[in-house]
Ligand binder design. Sequence first.
Ligand code: CTP
Length: 244
Amino acid sequence: SSPPASSATAPSVADVNAPKQPFVIGVSGGTASGKTTVCDMIIQQLHDHRVVLVNQDSFYRGLTPEESERVHEYNFDHPDAFDTEQLLDCIKTLKSGQPYQVPIYDFKKHRRCSDSFRLVNASDVIILEGILVFHDQRVRSLMNMKIFVDTDADVRLARRIRRDTVERGRDLDSVLEQYAKFVKPAFDDFVLPSKKYADVIIPRGGDNHVAIDLIVQHIHTKLGQHDLCKIYPNVYVIQSTFQI
Ligand code: CTP
């Protein structure tokens, strides 16, 4: 069999002296696909690096009083439901090494907590998680690695019913109605088409330990290469490509 494709790159003096840029990972997938579990497992296994998690959900726009009165007609699964400009600002700020005040979103009241924020500090790795993080080209272009969590729709719906009724204060009828009217069509129109941008697709989400181990190994290699360049500026780094 033929050896893996490889290329040798010599770090330039500018690369070696450049300030360390955080490694940005995008994690997308349908509702209740297990994105949070995958992120938690990656964070746990990257314990020797500073990692921060940013949720796209934090950037939901708050509803106007009129929209709040007719919340059953509001599409929370459409790209316009998010303040993407602010999300971009957040990731660009964190990438530049500055901290960012991330809004806190209340799923029961469908609005942001006006007086509190979560202060996210600069770090080695930034993970951005959400159903539509691959939708906007400008957001995608900030990512070094894109992961799509692929879980069967029936599994996701079952999880969503449990979560929305237990944690988000919804009743069964409203969950099923919202799923049929907005969640499923938006998955077909926006989420699924963005899967093509993924570098890695993880079947079965958080249950897939092999895929997560491979991803973490790859991140370690990428972060290690950067450190190696700083310590041994004359060392050539051999990059190899792999597919799961
Ligand atoms: N949503 C809602 N009400 C709001 C805001 C959002 O019901 N006020 C729903 C949207 O319909 C959307 C979902 O929240 O489908 C997005 O969250 P989801 O991706 O399901 O949550 P995570 O916990 O990130 O998912 P996972 O289980 O994959 O970790």
